[in-house]
Design a protein around this ligand. Structure first.
Ligand code: MN
Ligand code: MN
Length: 298
């Protein structure tokens, strides 16, 4: 990676860190989730960057992929544990970070555990380390604190213009191919649940985040309004995840959008919930790996 690329990722990381710290303060009992999502995304734009994906707010057993739909009336419930996960794209340089806020003292150890486990995982990172070893660090650290990692959620490599590229970084001691490389960028994101949890997420019926893949679009076989909407979504979001909140006048397009989702032309990310309904915490940083160590950019 060139010095200019390193600087690009570092700048994106600085923005992501500032916005994450702002987001933490927005999470209070009764706060509207829609307001949190909008404020986070506006703060990213206010720094001259773009959200790399819609702001995720995961409450209690909701682990990932929930963003407010248009007109959402959901509020942060009392005594909840809340994850906020945000991505910053600055000229294609992406930083991905998440934090957990606990609004109940009994959930604080779960929130704190994901931070401790993330720190341990990061300290094990340098070029040549096999990714399964990071998974082992995460799992052992989580279990020693009395919690369970979510086995089917992983971290990931990041490249310019590509949020999920190359390697996956597991959260359990599982067979997972690949070694960390110098000059590469990785998002590490342990998700933890209680010892009673299944340590696994399942898909809920709801989807709030979507993606139109430019390479898989078969516009020719589509007619009229479906073709028009799909072409618009590809042009506007260039293959990045989006929320209907970002589309003006979505209400009028809802039925056509739904049709494109049902036919598989638009990918929908189901909301992911802990299988036994147990609370989930998450911590995430974006890290550049070097021959002899690491640099946390978020
Ligand atoms: Mn993330
Ligand atoms: Mn991530």
């Amino acid at each position: 990676m060139s010095e200019a690329d390193l600087e690009g990722f570092r700048q994106a990381g600085l923005v992501a860190r500032r916005v994450r710290e702002l987001a933490r303060k927005l999470i209070r009992e009764g706060a509207p989730v829609l307001g949190i999502c909008e404020e986070v995304e506006e703060a990213i734009r206010g720094e001259g960057a773009e959200p790399a994906f819609p702001c995720n707010v995961g409450i209690n057993e909701v682990a990932a992929h929930y963003t407010s739909p248009p007109g959402d009336s959901l509020q942060i419930p009392p005594r909840s544990i809340v994850k906020v996960d945000l991505g910053v794209s600055l000229d294609g340089y992406i930083a991905d970070t998440a934090a957990t806020v606990s609004l109940a003292p009994e959930l604080e150890p779960l929130a704190e555990a994901s931070r401790i486990v993330l720190r341990k995982a990061i300290e094990s990172m340098r070029a040549g380390v096999p990714v399964y070893r990071i998974g082992r660090v995460v799992e052992e650290a989580a279990r020693s604190l009395g919690f369970k990692p979510i086995r089917n959620l992983t971290g990931h490599e990041i490249r310019r213009y590509e949020l999920h590229a190359g390697l996956s970084i597991p959260n359990v001691a599982a067979i997972c191919p690949g070694k960390l490389e110098s000059g590469h960028v990785y998002a590490v994101e342990p998700f933890l649940t209680t010892a009673r949890g299944a340590g696994e997420v399942v898909s809920a019926r709801l989807s709030t985040i979507f993606r139109a893949d430019p390479s898989r679009a078969k516009l020719r076989k589509l007619g009229g309004r479906e073709r028009e909407l799909l072409a618009f979504l590809i042009e506007r979001f260039r293959g990045l995840p989006y929320t209907p909140r970002w589309i003006e006048g979505f209400e009028k397009l809802r039925a056509v959008h739904e049709k494109l989702v049902r036919s598989g032309r638009i990918y929908s990310y189901p909301v992911l919930v802990e299988k036994r309904g147990e609370p989930v915490s998450q911590a995430e940083h974006t890290i550049i790996v070097f021959e002899d160590g690491f640099e946390v950019i978020t």
